[in-house]
Design a protein around this ligand. Structure first.
Ligand SMILES: Cc1ncc(COP(=O)(O)O)c(C=O)c1O
Length: 420
């Protein structure tokens, strides 16, 4: 296997040899050497339902025995659409295999609907492995650069990246009339956590409507913390809402919802081959298959339900309160952020307002030290961009275990006289 890990970002962020996993159960992972870890990362929030949730395991097993895929829709696909529509208020749904592919389709639909090509993103974002979202501002003012190797040189011409919370910068770009869509998370989650300023989303919606740009809200991470994500919590009104990760209950799955107006437009674009006209190119062989729609339905009904979210939020508050108290006692100048099921340390007294500020609140080597310390205490900590998070399988005792280790960690920092 190239690099010994499945993704190049893992090769970049994990500097040592990685563990090989034997099994997961609930919120624990056991490696091939028999070491057991309390999982505070949930595979980058994709396994928030826990490892092997009973209802999902049964649904998957039953479906697999009947056939995992028919290249035709199933009752579970309809049921999953309804469940998603109820919590995210988007009436039309379609399925993919990941959040990346959901975002790729969302961008394509935006181009179809607006007749424009460009995508606007916020600095510090991550929306998947699609070419046009792997672009960041370069050191040259106003110029973009490709974030990784292997991307086409022209990729920088189709994407504009501006600071989060900077509505003047957004409006300046929208005024060009070239932007098909803004793709954003409701709260940025891939560089620590960056909250929108008051009124930001309302104004973003107003501006996108005024300039004929579509608004895509990516709730891939944020859905893990709130029933219906921030779209439900704050009453956001995107044209497209994209999902992946935990919505599949642990099985590869992605989904996107469309507003009434856009859904009707896409639906009406259907042509049959004999018309001699072109369709919008959406979908893939395994998209919306019988297995992952069965898994998603079971996860939405039995795990990711309102009771489950209430429990997760309570445990996450307990975790954040405990971390805050431990930090306050030792007088470190840090802030604990909170986001539904997730928390973490911002190495600053004030929370950041955009990606540039957020990168100053994170220290990669500090996080590596935490990860090594926690791994030796039997805790699997996320990479430096994220903080610990609670899954639907965690219990009070797991939070207590983490907080004990966290307290010892801060004591160890003091003993080592690490000046932070
Ligand atoms: C907000 C957001 N959108 C999309 C993605 C892409 O998810 P996947 O790699 O599962 O396609 C990620 C991955 O971290 C993400 O954080």
């Amino acid at each position: 296997m190239l690099w010994g890990v499945p993704s190049s970002w893992m090769a970049a962020f994990y500097p040592g040899t990685e563990m090989f996993i034997e099994k997961g159960e609930g919120c624990h992972l056991t490696d091939v050497d028999g070491n057991r870890f309390l999982d505070m990362s949930q595979c980058d929030l994709s396994m928030v339902c826990g490892f092997g949730p009973k209802a999902v395991a049964e649904a998957v097993s039953e479906q697999f025995n009947k056939g995992s895929h028919y290249l035709l829709p199933t009752k579970n696909a309809i049921a999953t659409s309804k469940l998603l529509a109820e919590r995210f208020f988007m009436p039309f749904w379609q399925f993919t295999l990941s959040a990346s592919t959901a975002n790729a389709e969302a961008i394509r639909i935006s181009r179809f609907a607006t007749g424009r090509d460009k995508v606007l993103l916020f600095d510090g974002k991550y929306h998947g492995h699609i070419d046009e979202v792997l672009v960041s501002p370069s050191d040259e003012p106003g110029k973009m650069m490709a974030e990784q190797l292997g991307l086409p040189k022209k990729v920088v011409e189709g994407t504009v990246v501006v600071p989060f919370n900077d509505l003047d910068a957004v409006e300046k770009e929208l005024k060009t009339g070239e932007i098909a869509c803004i793709l954003t998370e409701p709260v940025m989650t891939n560089l620590g956590v960056v909250y929108p300023e008051e009124g930001f989303h309302q104004k973003l919606r107003e501006l996108t409507k005024r300039y004929g740009t579509l608004l895509i809200i990516d709730e891939t991470h944020t859905q893990a913390g709130y029933f219906g994500g921030f779209t439900n919590l704050w009453g956001l009104e995107p044209d497209i809402l994209s999902l992946g990760k935990c919505v599949g209950g642990g099985v590869p799955f992605g989904a996107y919802g469309l507003s009434q107006e856009l859904g009707e437009k896409v639906d009406a674009s259907r042509v049959v081959e004999t018309d001699g006209k072109q369709n919008i190119g959406l979908g893939g062989t395994f998209y919306g298959n019988a297995l992952n729609t069965a898994a998603s339905r079971a996860a939405l009904e039995h795990v990711l339900n309102e009771d489950g979210y209430r429990r997760v939020q309570r445990l996450a508050s307990k975790l954040a309160d405990g971390m805050e108290e431990a930090i306050r006692k030792r007088d470190y100048p840090w802030t604990v952020f909170r986001l539904g099921n997730r928390t973490g340390i911002c190495l600053n007294k004030a929370l950041p307002k955009n990606g540039a500020e957020s990168s100053k609140c994170i220290d990669r080597f500090f996080n590596l030290a935490i990860r090594a310390f926690m791994a030796n205490r039997g805790i699997w900590e996320p990479i430096f961009l994220h903080g610990p998070s609670i899954s639907f399988a965690h219990e009070d005792k797991d939070v207590d275990t983490y907080l004990d280790a966290f307290s010892d960690l801060l004591d160890a920092f003091q003993t080592m006289r690490i000046d932070v």
